[in-house]
Design a protein around this ligand. Structure first.
Ligand code: MN
Length: 388
């Protein structure tokens, strides 16, 4: 009797576990495989899921995820673009009940998996070799991941509306985290306390992880671009660069603000902050179809140069975001609607322990752009956040 009661409970556990991450409609992933098949017509592609690693939270290989929406280890995608129309197969390992005591239930080949993945055929991994042999009989080349990286990168640069929606959720969670950072920043607080407060917001709002190591850089570390030790005690009069992004359903936001530790910028900090802000606004204005990331950088740089701080602006202005925070693809490609990029100029003056970066996430629309990360950035607004 007891056993009969437990069985459905286990099944329920299995299903809720498998559906934990928000997915796009199956049709989105299928459409991507169709577009990729068209680009590699005449060839056969084999893509393998990321291997499982002990004591590491599983993360699917990004291109595999993009094409399948499937986030378990051991899977193989076989895309036969040599047949007309193209054929596709997903292979999954058979279930191993003893291993599942450690890893939790995994999806097995067959009808349930076909329903759960949207693939017409989900076969056993044991059948992979013979199937590959059969579809490659005509002498077609079998591609691996390296061969299609640029093709998938091209596809990944333009987001579907459902991808934009996931990125917007990642951004919204990140903005909540910025509010938590503001509540925690104060003279005497440790940078890691700020990190803890903001990452708490990530997790409690459903983000899987930070999309990259959270940067909380105060004083001298405000000028170190990828500082993430976060071990310094924040001092009165510091600026604090907070560069963070929640990863939600695989998609990473990337939003930076620079805060005054004491709640008010010094005159010198205001001066530099205002220059960065003006450069950022000018670059955002230029985001529209046809513009290039290089054009945005020129706009931001020319403003910063006009104020005499060219040598203190030492990085690019924009990058794509998506399944990776520095998303893949050709960065010189003209912008198209539904591409999502950051705009993030900065000025870093080590000798003054003064670094300022302001970064927003922006989606390209048919006629221009829409800023996803609507969060205070005017000096008066930032200082207003600290009136508490
Ligand atoms: Mn960035």
């Amino acid at each position: 009797m007891v056993k009969k009661l437990i069985a459905p409970a286990c099944l329920f556990l299995a299903l809720t576990t498998l559906l934990a991450i928000e997915k796009e409609p199956f049709g989105e992933y299928k459409a991507r495989r169709d577009r990729l098949a068209a680009r590699i017509k005449g060839n056969v592609l084999v893509l393998r899921a990321a291997p499982d690693q002990e004591l590491v939270k599983y993360q699917q290989e990004r291109n595999f995820y993009y094409l399948t929406g499937f986030d378990q280890p051991g899977a193989i995608l076989l895309l036969d673009a040599a047949s007309d129309p193209p054929q596709e197969f997903l292979f999954l390992p058979e279930r191993k009940p003893s291993a599942e005591r450690w890893t939790g239930p995994k999806l097995a080949p067959g009808a349930d998996a076909e329903k759960a993945t949207g693939f017409a055929k989900v076969l056993s991994a044991d059948e992979f070799e013979t199937t590959l042999k059969r579809v490659s009989e005509g002498g077609t080349a079998a591609y691996g991941l390296k061969d299609v990286e640029s093709d998938v990168g091209f596809l990944r640069q333009t987001k579907s509306p459902t991808e934009v929606a996931l990125l917007e959720k990642a951004v919204q969670i990140t903005l909540k985290a910025h509010r938590a950072a503001v509540r925690t920043i104060a003279p005497g607080a440790m940078e890691y306390e700020v990190q803890a407060a903001l990452e708490f917001e990530f997790t409690r709002n459903g983000a899987e992880r930070p999309g990259y190591p959270s940067i909380v850089g105060s004083g001298p570390f405000s000028t170190i671009l990828h500082y993430n030790d976060n071990t310094r005690r924040i001092q009165a009069g510091d600026v604090v660069v907070v560069d963070i992004g929640a990863e939600y359903s695989g998609y990473s936001a990337d939003v930076t603000r620079t805060y005054p530790a004491s709640g008010k910028f010094s005159p010198r900090q205001r001066e530099i902050y205002q220059i960065v802000l003006e450069a950022q606004k000018a670059a955002i204005e230029k985001v529209k179809p046809g513009a290039r990331i290089g054009d945005l950088h020129n706009v931001a740089m020319s403003h910063i140069r006009s104020k005499g701080y060219e040598k203190y602006f030492i990085h690019g202005t924009s990058h794509h975001i998506g399944l990776e925070v520095h998303d893949v693809g050709d960065t010189s490609r003209p912008l198209e609607p539904n591409m999502v990029i950051t705009v993030e100029p900065g000025i870093y003056i080590p000798e003054e322990q003064l670094g300022v970066r302001i970064e927003d996430d922006v989606v390209v629309t048919a006629t221009g752009h829409r800023v996803l990360s609507n969060f205070p950035k005017e000096i008066s607004e930032i200082e207003g956040l600290f009136k508490r």
